[in-house]
Ligand binder design. Structure first.
Ligand code: F6P
Length: 363
């Protein structure tokens, strides 16, 4: 009798809707392609932390029932920064060696890593160390290089849009300036999409440093035309031109000194001071990552998962699944691992937004 294939699965980094749907997609497609009796799934707890500490368990087919719509991850997730992976001195733990040991001890034939940029870096490191790895791109930030979309992103856009819709009506009633902070430290995709979908007047993203005077000018211009409220969708990582040359730490420190803890606090304070209009901040935060995946993400997760199962069957490792021109493909992990996908200033959604009069605060 053939030895069953043993597949390890972990979810790394910040969670997002669609992780469970992807796990389910992989497992179901593996059962279909290779037969349930020929597959064993090993669930690894809390991302790479579970691999380092050998927190793994053999899963039953029933563990994957009813998880399509479930938010979060049934495996648990943790941030284990890539820069610390090869540092042994800090905690006296050879993390790479321990991960390799766990893989060996559990007789894994391959390891599936569901995660964002950090997860992809460590996945590539393990691949270079000789492990059979397949990556799957998740993140509400949608900033993984080589794929037009990551699962979790569209659900977060839906949630962010709903937030802006609800803020819109109250902003209008009270003639207030509402500055809404959207997750995304380095890339502004989520803010760009939710801003357009929610009808924001001003969108501020890290890729386009803004000029505070332009932002204030855009708010004032609306007021001059009789619109006494404004909606600003602001990425948590956005910064103005005065801050553009500062490192992130310096920026945070300077803001703290000025009593402006976040970019939204800074923008709201400056608008209120300059115009006299009441400006408030709203931070939906982790709400953007919570709950059930949208229909789009359920389909995407299932397609990504099914593709991963095909790679497992073909024993094609060292790749991560991607969407390119509407087709599900795989990119070499080594190509994806050290890059990120940013919003280019000439990006078509940016151009569309500008064409309908949305300001990016850049003049
Ligand atoms: O996973 C992506 C993300 O949600 C970013 O948009 C955000 O900056 C970060 O994670 C927040 O991470 P944490 O949940 O660890 O605070």
């Amino acid at each position: 009798m053939l030895k069953p294939k043993r597949i390890g699965i972990l979810t790394g980094g910040g969670d997002c809707p669609g992780l469970n749907a992807t796990i389910r997609g992989v497992v179901k497609a593996c059962y279909q392609l290779m037969g349930e009796g020929n597959i064993e799934i090993v669930g690894i707890s809390d991302g790479f932390q579970g691999l380092i500490n050998n927190h793994c368990k053999l899963m039953k087919p029933s563990d994957f029932y009813g998880i399509l719509t479930l938010g979060g991850t049934i495996l648990g997730s943790r941030r284990t920064p890539f820069r610390k992976m090869q540092l042994v001195e800090e905690d006296n733990v050879d993390k790479v060696a321990q991960m390799k040991n766990t893989y060996k001890e559990w007789n894994l034939d391959c390891l599936l890593t569901l995660g964002g940029n950090g997860t992809h870096k460590t996945a590539n490191l393990l691949s270079e160390e000789g492990l059979n790895i397949i990556g799957l791109p998740k993140t509400i930030d949608n900033d993984i290089w080589g794929t037009s979309v990551c699962f979790g992103f569209h659900t977060a856009v839906e949630i962010g849009t709903e937030v802006i819709d609800r803020i819109h009506t109250t902003a209008h009633s009270h003639s207030r300036i509402m500055v809404i902070e959207i997750m995304g430290n380095k890339a502004g995709w989520l803010t760009l999409y939710t801003g357009i979908a929610g009808g924001a007047d001003i969108i501020l993203i890290p890729e386009i440093p803004f000029n505070m005077d332009c932002v204030i000018g855009a708010v004032q211009k609306r007021a001059d035309s009789g619109k006494y409220f404004s909606i600003l969708a602001v990425a948590e990582g956005a910064f103005d031109i005065d801050e553009a040359n500062l490192k992130r730490k310096e920026r945070t420190q300077k803001r703290a000194e000025a009593g402006e803890t976040t970019v939204t606090a800074r923008v709201a304070k400056r608008i209120q001071e300059a115009t006299g209009f009441e400006a408030r901040t709203v931070v939906p935060g982790h709400m953007l990552r919570g709950g059930s995946p949208s229909a789009y993400d359920r389909v995407l997760a299932t397609k990504f998962g099914a593709r991963a199962a095909t790679l497992i069957q073909q024993e094609k490792f060292g790749y991560t699944i991607a969407m390119v021109k509407d087709e599900i493909v795989e990119n070499p992990l080594a190509e994806v691992a050290m890059k990120m996908k940013f919003v280019a200033p000439e990006n078509k959604e940016v151009v569309t937004a500008r064409n309908i009069g949305i300001s990016f605060g850049d003049g």
